[in-house]
Design a protein. Structure first.
Length: 230
């Protein structure tokens, strides 16, 4: 298991995104360009694939700037379930996340595919002994807009407070892997360095996920960290 900038963490449901071939993945990021829409698409894929058994390797996990630039951390657990969403609920708990913190779990709960409360699951084994309270997550990349129904205001606030990918240009090698996977064509290579057009960026974090150098991180404005503090 590992952290994920867009979906909080990669578990059984998110893993099935691999069933979508090649460039179709980028199309999905562009088409389902909100956290809720993308999460619901992943749940749809999971429902279509109908996995008989899901197994998660949580022996050595990844925390921090996941899913490619994070830090290995030993957890020592292996999870298995006939219900992929139940596995994800247990896995999220090990990372100190609740169902509402994980978009795919939130979508699955709303569809009645898994309970929101871990206590409603039948768990074999001592799950609590594997919980890591200080597990380092990727920064949250949105902010609750106090239920604003005004679309214009919501867009303005989202633009001000939403997280976005940031490139450490002094360490960028200009390999262009981020440009290749960007579904919005928001990245150009100038003077052997990657540059993101913030007006085109849809904040799917594909660039951060696929950067082989680990130089792209999730930048969250200080005001957003303050407003969404737990």
């Amino acid at each position: 298991m590992k952290t994920h900038a867009l979906m909080a963490f990669t578990g059984a449901c998110k893993n099935l995104f691999g069933a979508i071939p090649g460039l179709r993945k980028s199309e999905c990021h562009y088409r389902y360009n909100t956290h809720e829409a993308f999460a619901n698409m992943l749940v749809d894929v999971c429902q279509w694939c109908k996995p008989r058994l899901s197994i998660a390797d949580a022996v050595m996990t990844m925390e921090g700037n996941g899913p490619s630039g994070g830090t290995p951390r030993f957890m020592g657990a292996i999870l298995a379930s006939f219900n992929p969403h139940a596995l994800d609920l247990a896995g999220a708990h090990l990372m100190n996340l609740s169902a509402s913190d994980v978009p795919t779990l939130d979508a699955a709960v709303k569809r009645g595919l898994v309970p929101a409360d871990l206590r409603e699951l039948t768990i074999h084994g001592d799950l609590e002994s594997f919980v890591i309270p200080d597990f380092q997550l990727t920064p949250k990349h949105d902010v609750k807009l106090w239920g604003s129904k005004n679309e214009t205001i919501a867009k303005i606030l989202s633009g001000m407070f939403a997280s976005s990918p940031r490139i450490a240009r002094d360490r960028c090698t200009g390999c262009a892997e981020c440009k290749k996977v960007c579904p919005a064509s928001a990245i150009t290579i100038r003077e052997k360095r990657a540059l993101i057009d913030t007006k085109k960026c849809i904040r799917c974090f594909c660039c951060q996920e696929f950067c082989p150098q680990g130089v792209i991180t999730v930048h969250r404005p200080p005001i957003a960290r303050l407003l969404n503090r737990k």
